[in-house]
Design a protein around this ligand. Structure first.
Ligand SMILES: CC(C)(COP(=O)(O)OP(=O)(O)OC[C@H]1O[C@@H](n2cnc3c(N)ncnc32)[C@H](O)[C@@H]1OP(=O)(O)O)[C@@H](O)C(=O)NCCC(=O)NCCS
Length: 255
């Protein structure tokens, strides 16, 4: 696990189109252990899952997690908690988020929680937090981070619309992924590819890419290619034959 420390300060300027007078007055600050109660309050408002006390301690201790709060007039109006993981530390259901050709030590970023307090929604709070995290991911230090991903309940329409608005693509349906109060609920995984990252190719992708390649190969180019190949064939055969002779001579000389 990485023990890097995140920067103590972060710029609050954002390029989102949701920047308004409200959002201009929002400050960003990293969470510390003093924010545990506030975080507990927000999480119980947002999620039907109860996180253990240790989890709150871990995400606010300033080492492993990127835990950023949006604060307006002294009130915490939103929070993002994310983590950078190595590809081989991802859960089984997420290992195909990146193409199989990426080395096991390729980084992925996982968003554990992101939310805005109810009375401050649709004001750009979550967008501001997400943009700040993405800026962090695009920094040189995280050049090897190839995707940002998360899980969401299929019924959480607001979150689905939010992430799709931010260009996250649905990766897959995860049947019975969540266990809430003894009942199973479906989830989706969503991913946003960064720093030239890309997903695993499906058979469909391979066929599409083949078709794209073939169609970019115009008829004129194709016939030229065919002619040069056929025309050059006798020459190549001759060359091959000559080479064989030369190799043979060399062998004779060495002996
Ligand atoms: C999803 C959530 C984080 C969005 O936070 P927010 O601060 O309201 O989001 P923003 O204001 O930055 O919204 C940006 C865009 O997302 C989309 N969006 C967000 N909420 C939406 C909603 N209720 N309906 C439709 N679109 C929505 C819109 O496109 C919106 O842009 P617009 O307002 O210009 O139309 C918020 O509803 C929330 O906290 N939900 C509870 C926690 C949660 O479920 N988190 C996600 C799982 S980790």
């Amino acid at each position: 696990m990485s023990t890097e420390r995140f920067p103590a300060t972060i710029t609050t300027t954002t390029t989102t189109t949701t920047a308004t007078a409200f959002i201009d007055n929002v400050q960003l600050k990293f969470l510390t252990n003093d924010d545990i109660d506030t975080l507990k309050g927000l999480c119980s408002e947002w999620f039907p899952i109860k996180y253990p006390d240790n989890w709150y301690k871990d995400v606010t201790n300033g080492s492993q997690f990127f835990s950023l709060a949006a604060v307006h007039n002294g009130v915490t109006v939103g929070v993002i908690v994310a983590e950078i993981r190595l590809r081989n530390k991802c859960h089984k259901e997420d290992t195909d988020i990146l193409g199989y050709w990426y080395p096991f030590d390729t980084q992925l970023a996982y968003i554990l929680i992101l939310g805005a307090a109810k009375e401050y929604r649709r004001k750009g709070v979550a967008s501001l937090l997400l943009d700040s995290f993405l800026k962090h991911i695009h920094s040189l230090q995280h050049n090897y981070c190839k995707a940002v991903y998360l899980h969401v309940l299929t019924t959480n329409v607001n979150a689905v619309l939010f992430y799709e608005r931010h260009n996250f693509k649905r990766h897959k349906l995860l049947p019975h992924y969540y266990a809430i109060n003894g009942q199973r609920y479906d989830g989706y995984s969503y991913a946003l590819y960064v720093n030239d990252g890309c997903p695993r190719w499906t058979m469909c992708d391979v066929i599409n890419k083949g078709v794209d390649y073939m169609s970019s190969f115009s008829l004129c180019q194709a016939s030229r290619y065919l002619l040069t190949t056929v025309w050059g064939l006798p020459n190549r055969l001759l060359l091959l034959n000559n080479n064989r002779h030369t190799t043979g001579q060399r062998t004779v000389r060495r002996v």
